[in-house]
Design a protein around this ligand. Structure first.
Ligand code: 9WN
Length: 447
């Protein structure tokens, strides 16, 4: 079954290979998300990349986050892509057309949506690593943490002001790409209500030329919807209020809401340390509490799994995916619900499935109808998602669980290919090879 996995690198060699991936993907200005498929800076990728980079070069890790935040919009949004000059990726800056957005940055081209708010976690991790590294690194990281804090606060405030509509308390997304889990079955129902108009400008996909097997990527039907939502946003001039009011896709994302809650906690910890304004710390504590309550409030009464909510139809989305375990990231759900989720995670429906090469949670349960072991967010395992759970478990003091997840993550990635995602039964790396965030989280695990 592991015929596609010729090598098994010992840890030191694996770390050296991971370091090389990050160096090779460095254009001098940014570390691209992947060499050919993703030749730009992605928002949540940059956060994870900085965490891995800190193990190699703290100053470079800081520079990466500074570059991302230099592209922050004036209203506080951190854009999902900061474009380089490379035109090998579609949709590029011309298709987004964010120049017309009054709030966009002036000196750099970006997309017009956001991605999960994991940046405070990255800043804290870089700081922790720097403090163990050298006095110079420590000073640089402390200066940086103090300086970036207001920008992180503004980013979180944007999510509350613009993206927490209605009474569910869930942070809403207006495009599946904002979730970071683009074609997850989580979004199938809301995407069914997105009807690309005849005015959708023609386009040619570039991703399927890079990834040899197109079936590892989203379908053309899905891409039509992704592009149509961009078209709607362009027409709304990237006015967030109009987009949230009118776009054909508006979904409360429970995974983002959980990440938002823990990132607010981290920002409070950093803010207390660096003497940030008491009123802003109180805001963050309040936002964290509300986000946690929203995640807990989404849990299914029988399975305990957290659910997204289609805010256009006011319906819960019952699709069971990795996002259902969101309460384990942020806490706040009753103990019996969390225990149910932990035993579900360990069961044969998830990490305990006997066919898995490594007990890393797949994006969708292998026992769910429609599970596809090779297609993107519809089944494969994503090392970066394992890292998120690993970090959260550590943070919650669940050290044994965190260690097991780390070991599983290493087992999955020890072929040294640093795949974007993995086939759960064979461990075959899929999507892009030499994906930066995979190399970065492996470095964090190993160093
Ligand atoms: C669209 C860069 C990004 C990740 C996302 C992942 C994928 C892009 C794409 O790649 O999305 O944003 O073109 O498929 O789904 O999580 O940030 O690695």
């Amino acid at each position: 079954a592991t015929g596609d996995r010729p090598a098994r690198y010992p840890e030191a060699a694996l770390a050296a290979r991971a370091a090389r991936v990050l160096r090779d993907n460095d254009t001098g200005a940014v570390i691209t998300a992947a060499p050919r498929l993703y030749p730009h800076m992605w928002s949540w990728d940059a956060a994870f990349i900085s965490i891995g980079l800190a193990r190699l070069d703290v100053q470079r890790a800081i520079a990466e986050l500074e570059t991302l935040f230099a592209a922050q919009w004036r209203n506080g949004m951190v854009p999902h892509i900061v474009f380089t000059d490379d035109d090998a990726y579609f949709p590029g800056p011309d298709r987004w057309g964010t120049e017309a957005a009054p709030d966009g940055p002036r000196n750099v081209r970006t997309s017009g949506i956001c991605q999960p708010p994991v940046h405070a976690i990255a800043v804290q991790r870089v700081l922790e690593v720097a403090r163990r590294s050298s006095p110079d690194d420590r000073r640089a990281a402390e200066r940086f943490a103090r300086k970036i804090w207001p920008a992180l606060y503004a980013w979180h405030r944007w999510l509350v002001e613009y993206r927490t509509p209605g009474s569910s308390g869930l942070v809403a997304i207006v495009h599946g790409w904002e979730s970071g889990m683009d074609n997850s079955p989580r979004w199938d129902v809301p995407y069914d209500a997105v009807h690309p108009g005849a005015a959708l400008p023609p386009y040619v996909r570039k991703d399927v030329r890079v990834v040899g097997d197109a079936s590892e990527r989203p379908t053309d039907r899905e891409y039509d919807r992704y592009l149509w939502l961009i078209e709607e946003m362009r027409r709304a001039g990237y006015d967030q209020r109009k987009i949230v009011e009118n776009s054909s896709f508006l979904v409360g994302d429970v995974f983002i809401t959980a990440l938002f809650a823990i990132s607010c906690d981290v920002l409070v910890e950093l803010g207390e340390e660096f003497g940030q304004p008491a009123g802003e710390l109180a805001d963050l504590a309040d936002w964290a509490e509300k986000a946690r309550a929203a995640v807990a409030g989404s849990c299914h009464s029988v399975s305990g799994m957290a659910r997204d909510r289609d805010l256009r139809t006011s319906r819960w989305l019952d699709t069971q995916t990795i996002a259902g375990f969101s309460p384990l990231l942020c806490g706040g759900a009753p103990d019996d619900v969390q225990l149910r989720l932990l035993s579900l995670l360990d069961s044969e429906r998830w990490c305990g499935h006997e066919g898995l090469l490594a007990p890393v949670p797949p994006s969708v349960s292998p026992l769910r109808p429609g599970f596809n072991p090779r297609q993107y967010w519809r089944g494969p395992q994503w090392p970066v998602v394992a890292w998120v759970f690993f970090w959260a478990f550590e943070h919650r003091g669940w050290h044994e669980r965190a260690r097991k997840l780390r070991d599983a993550g290493i087992r999955l990635t020890e072929d040294g290919a640093f795949g974007e995602y993995y086939e759960p039964f064979t461990g075959k790396p899929l999507g892009s090879a030499d994906q930066s965030w995979t190399a970065a989280v492996v470095l964090d695990w190993l160093c």
